[in-house]
Design a protein around this ligand. Structure first.
Ligand code: NAD
Length: 482
């Protein structure tokens, strides 16, 4: 079960922050403080870096087979504690327990197992200069690397970063979001139990502007893998680029769904409900701008609204709940601010957007009914800025060219979804749409071997499969003359 005091995990021990200060950790389902996290600063990060530096030679030298063995034990323990971790994730983030059970925790386990195994198969190139020489590429771990993750998929994204870093032989200083620290803390206990050597993984809790910034600024941390908002990514890049750090930035999105009249209507509408409101719309891959070909605009809109209204919002720990609470009071205020803006910009809210009070012990929780809006021009702020909540907008289109122009008409380029039975058209659009990921007649179907990341202001670099292992290693060319 969750504990009252979250601790840092530094050099293989669980410790409070140097400052002795604590931050409140809220339970979004009832708005109450239920635990405290270390308010870490540069001193704690320094200690973590020293522990990581000490652990690096043996960890990078122990061989892929040994790293695989320990990481696989960590994955086994996650599997054993699936329910405990799922409960903790829902308590910390407000998400429906069904989502924690079916998405967050199984994926955290899969991330660790995937990269533990991947390192056994990771190879590098050689280039033969006939009769003269052979070149081979060494892929060597970088040393101490930093991993910083957000609150929306807490353990899922935390493990997605640390797993390839550790598998490749690096030692890690990591920081989960201060809003959702609990499962990373439980992971530190699992690492202790699994026998991960001290200092290989260090977890420093605290604020982004303090603990996070100290990780970014530390001269000994030579690579940073960051997932979070575009504005934060900009701050990171400004700090890290002059220090010549390797950077992987997975940032915000404003993803389009293109729904053509020849789509499989049932599949398109049922998946669109999911792609709009899964995890309360708090997934960077959720489609928030839905463009519908005019002949089916009204039919699709009415069905989407009907099914959205049927979603059950409330107690995250009730198995029947579709939507739990939003992650924080401030975040709900931000989302509601965008709904007010949508009205000001001339939009009509077709359903939702109301705070919900489930009553009783849950009265103080951050619940909001999922909202669908229409009548907003593509250029307005509601259609341009990331809301990252249960809000989607609908717009009709007449031609493929127009759909593409609307889809590409934002500064973001993370993911996109195309619904059509014309595979030629789908492939044409896939080639021209400005996004790192294109789903055709599906959504969030993930193969961990595929490159993952965004274009434009959605990020720099790619994660997933060998892309992540390449990021967490340096390539060195060795030329041998015959
Ligand atoms: P955020 O940028 O506020 O915070 C992300 C992490 O960065 C947190 O751990 C935070 O403490 C830390 N941080 C904040 N300021 C920092 C600083 N100056 N230096 C170092 N670290 C700092 O993002 P969030 O609100 O936690 O997450 C939501 C955002 O994440 C959305 O924009 C969403 O689209 C994005 N996201 C992107 C992806 C992706 O794969 N592209 C996945 C999930 C979420």
């Amino acid at each position: 079960m969750t504990e009252q005091q979250v601790k840092n995990y530094i050099g293989g021990t669980l410790v409070p922050a140097h400052s002795g200060l604590w931050l409140d950790n809220y339970n979004p389902s009832n708005g109450q403080v239920y635990s405290y996290i270390p308010d870490s600063n540069a001193e704690d990060v320094q200690q973590a870096v020293e522990a990581a530096e000490k652990a690096f030679p043996p960890w990078s030298g122990c061989g892929a087979q040994e790293r695989y063995r320990i990481m696989n034990s960590i994955a086994d323990l996650i599997a054993e504690r699936r329910e405990e971790l799922a409960q903790a994730e829902s308590m910390d983030s407000g998400k429906a327990i069904g989502t924690s059970r079916s998405v967050d925790i199984p994926r955290a386990e899969a991330n660790i197992r995937f990269f533990a195994t991947a390192i056994l198969h990771f190879g590098s190139e050689s280039h033969h200069m006939e009769g003269v020489a052979v070149n081979y590429t060494l892929r060597q771990p970088i040393g101490v690397v930093g991993c910083i993750s957000p609150w929306n998929l807490p353990l899922y994204l935390f493990t997605w970063k640390i797993a390839p870093a550790l598998a490749a032989g690096n030692c890690v200083v990591a920081k989960p979001s201060e809003l959702t620290p609990m499962t990373a803390f439980l992971l530190s206990k699992i690492c202790l139990e699994a026998g991960l050597p001290p200092g290989v993984l260090n977890i420093v809790h605290g604020l982004g502007s303090k603990a996070g910034q100290a990780i970014v600024e530390h001269p000994k941390i030579k690579a940073l893998s960051f997932t979070g908002g575009t504005a934060t990514g900009r701050i990171l890049a400004a700090t890290a680029a002059p220090m010549f750090k390797k950077l992987s930035l997975e940032l915000g999105g404003k993803n389009p769904n293109l729904v053509f009249a020849d789509c499989d209507f049932e599949k398109a509408v049922s998946t669109t409900v999911r792609s709009s409101f899964a995890n309360n719309g708090q997934i960077c891959l959720c489609g928030s701008r839905i463009y519908i070909e005019r002949p089916i605009y009204e039919k699709f809109r009415d069905e989407l609204v009907r099914r959205t209204k049927a979603l059950k919002v409330g107690d995250p720990f009730d198995d029947k709940t579709d939507q739990g609470a939003l992650v924080s009071k401030q975040h709900r205020e931000k989302v509601m601010g965008y709904l007010a803006l949508a009205k000001k910009e001339g939009g009509t809210i077709l359903c939702g957007g109301e705070p919900i009070d489930p009553g009783g012990a849950l009265s103080g929780g951050y619940y909001l009914s999922p909202a669908v809006a229409e009548g907003l021009p593509n250029t307005c702020r509601t259609n341009q800025e990331e809301i990252f909540g249960p809000v989607v907008t609908l717009q009709p289109f007449d031609t493929e060219e127009e759909a593409l122009a609307l889809a590409n008409g934002v500064v973001y380029g993370l993911s996109s979804t195309i619904w059509t039975s014309d595979i030629g058209r789908a492939s044409r659009i896939a080639g021209r749409i400005q996004a790192g990921i294109v789903w055709i007649n599906c959504w969030l179907l993930r193969d961990l071997r595929t490159p993952f990341g965004g274009v434009k202001n959605s990020g720099v670099g790619r994660e997933g499969g060998t892309e992540a292992l390449r990021f967490f290693t340096e390539a060195k060319n060795v030329c041998v003359r015959y």
